[in-house]
Write a protein that binds this ligand. Sequence first.
Ligand code: ADP
Ligand code: ADP
Ligand code: MG
Length: 667
Amino acid sequence: MTISKILIANRGEIACRIIRTARTLGIATVAVYSEADTQALHVEMADEAVLIGPAPASESYLRIDAILEAARRTGADAVHPGYGFLSENPDFVDQVVKAGLIFIGPSASAIRAMGLKDAAKTLMEKANVPVVPGYHGEAQELVVLAGKANEIGFPVLIKARAGGGGKGMRKVDNQLDFPAALSSARREAKAAFGDDRVLVEKYVATPRHIEIQVFGDSHGNVVHLFERDCSAQRRHQKVIEEAPAPDMPEDMRAAMGAAAVQAAKAISYSGAGTVEFIVDASDGLKADRFWFMEMNTRLQVEHPVTELITGLDLVEWQIRVAGGEPLPLSQDELSISGHAVEARIYAEDAEKGFLPAAGRLAHLRFPDGDIRVDAGVRAGDEISPFYDPIIAKVIAHGKTRSEALSRLAGALGRTEVAGTVTNTAFLARLCRDADFAAGRLDTGLIDRNIVSLTAGEAAPEHVTGLAALAASGMIPDHRTDADVASAIGPFEIWGLPKRRVQLEIDGKATAFLVERSGPDGWRVFGPGFEAAGLDMEAVSARGADWSLRSGGISRKCRLIQSEDEVAVFHEGLTHRFGKPQGKRTADLAAGGDQVVSMMPGIVKQVLVTQGQDVKSGEAMVVMEAMKMEMTLSAPRDGVVAEVLVTAGMQVGDGVSLVRLEAEVKAA
Ligand code: ADP
Ligand code: ADP
Ligand code: MG
């Protein structure tokens, strides 16, 4: 059975990841996509692509009939499900096989055996795999479950038997809280999985999540590819994963590997799988303190860390094994080299409770150098609310854990995303967190240190100054790849341009005044700056790269502007400023008919009269606002049609001060 064309029933980074390996093996690829993904990277990368339905996953990526029809029409001979979506749906596997196609993954019966956590635990108990103590029987009445919880001893964990992604899970600390926790776990499970049955487990103290990558083939061979530590979690979801596990004793590694292989053999497993264990790390790692939690019968999001420490391509192994080949290596041919760490970059606001975000990626730049980036998007792409808001996985390898961690932190600092908020700064802080860096990790670490991990850092004043300068339109935008001297407009002592701009900082519109102070210099006034303003001088500028001098220090910044945002990348941090008045500034700069006050203030002087000819940039009105004087100048050449204010008048924000006669355009 040679595979010559694979249909990938997925999207995003994992679809792109699979296409890359297929290409190196000389196998053709077919992408499927929803209406939200017509321009998506995986569609562009694949040799062929088929539209399978509207944006909601239930109408596209979860449509078995549409996916099989796409396979038929393109002549694909195998289907790779990726992770999520249909990857653990045994009915999908049955139908793929019935259609005469190869499913790149385990058999439907293996998926069924592990699909429900309660049945899987019963099966593992029979196979002599250590299982978390608890109740995973049929009874679902409150009295029975509460009684079992008492027997197990609090704290306990209620879990949806159909659960996944941390949903339908509740930790309960005492008997009193049990009934309410049970009903809320049931409600969540019903909504997410359509199955409200639960099991109750002992909540393991100082828990660490350590999982074993296993691989089986159709000839009965099973090996393990060592462990991954995924204890850095938030709401039971993985944030940073690494391999090997910090401080893992050899005897424990051997015991866990053997237990995982035993688990896989018990269900005649073929392909890539992960056996997840919960570890009691209250007294360090001990070979008798790990218990089976569940098996994920698919490729895992965090598989790249295993690839980096073993030097293997797990997708290649999946394809070979699905094609009937035996496992490429035996257990004693496998070994660990160095340490690897992966961070998942999501469009989410860590400072605001990890609120998922969406938006168009106005700019996207991944770190170069010795770093692996698995991305599913490119600049200009939209993070749509329909799917997981993952942007990329950044994976670093090093000789030691600390080398890998600092390489990852550095890479995260060089990752540039504009257009949406990301968790990148949070991930970089986590890499440098004292406990995490020292390997003192358990699943509670992020919650314990959440304040320092999510502390927003205020932008330094030269960054805010640069953002205000950019928003003023007085410096070229990053798409102009010109040298600063030629790109910045001519400097004249008379009629030095001044502009008022607003930037959105912490959700509030904040006013700035920017004025040209010399051939390559500007002065910015605004909150936080001294009364004299912040003087800034351009040392150099090319495209997005600026070197600016202020207070005698030159600093490098990268500056990216879009219609509604200014993003400044500086010293490993991303500072984003909204442009609430972007439109208005643009209109004025483009030669609007009015001169408008951009902050509340007092009119000090009116320098023009009705009917007067003015030149672009000519001073028209002097205002005092925020204890500063500012001159408003003509947006273009023209004739003053109307002067709407007089000296001494108090005006609000956005008030018309002078109107020019409409431009007479040549027909
Ligand atoms: P793990 O993170 O251990 O691999 P999860 O149970 O968290 O396992 O499952 C992976 C998650 O990835 C799913 O919950 C799903 O929401 C999400 N997912 C599925 N398909 C994709 C995709 N193509 N891109 C990004 N995320 C996806
Ligand atoms: P899911 O299917 O949602 O991935 P898991 O059973 O794998 O569910 O558990 C998810 C996470 O919940 C684990 O990674 C771990 O952090 C935590 N967890 C699960 N079981 C226990 C337990 N018995 N004691 C402590 N923490 C647990
Ligand atoms: Mg799990």
